[in-house]
Design a protein around this ligand. Structure first.
Ligand code: FE
Ligand code: FE
Length: 164
């Protein structure tokens, strides 16, 4: 794919993020299943539901651009999901497992925050007001999720410190 202007760069990131969200939509229920803490399970499940809405927002933006909603393999998210799998394969005490799951999930959230921040900047420059509004909604959800995970980590990391 040739990327020769900001419109095309925006579309590139839209496709990349669409694929990233789809990968996360599959991974989050697995994280919920692996989590020991009920609160952490609930946080992953809630974000899985939010992710379905975020995917719909991206589809709306594809429609605004008159482009088919089609993803392009997001290598960054693939690596982050892979790292999450590695955490789940460890035979760790519950609190250590949960701390590891939170760390993996927060890395993914930060990746998304960067992606949506970039896309929001481009949408603003390109004068795409409706797209900008949708991107900002998702961006604030990603930030809120990250903060929620930080709050849960405060107690869980402390438990993990005393796990063995
Ligand atoms: Fe997301
Ligand atoms: Fe997210």
């Amino acid at each position: 794919m040739s990327v020769s202007n900001l419109d095309e760069l925006f579309l590139h990131h839209l496709k990349d993020t669409y694929d990233a969200e789809k990968q996360l939509a599959k991974a989050l229920p697995k994280l919920a299943k692996a989590a020991g803490s009920e609160e952490l399970k609930a946080a992953f499940t809630a974000h899985a539901e939010q992710t379905a809405v975020q995917i719909e927002r991206l589809e709306q933006i594809f429609e605004m651009l008159d482009k088919p909603a089609r993803g392009k393999k997001c290598m960054g998210m693939q690596g982050l999901v892979e790292e999450g799998k590695e955490v789940m394969e460890e035979d760790s005490p519950e609190s250590v497992m949960d701390a590891g799951l939170i760390a993996a999930a927060q890395k993914a959230e930060h990746y998304e925050i960067a992606a949506y921040g970039t896309m929001a900047t481009y949408a603003k420059m390109l004068g795409m007001k409706d797209a900008l509004r949708l991107l900002k909604e998702t961006l604030s959800e990603e930030k809120a999720t990250d903060e929620k995970l930080s709050a849960l980590a405060a107690a869980i990391n402390f438990e993990a410190q005393n796990a063995d």
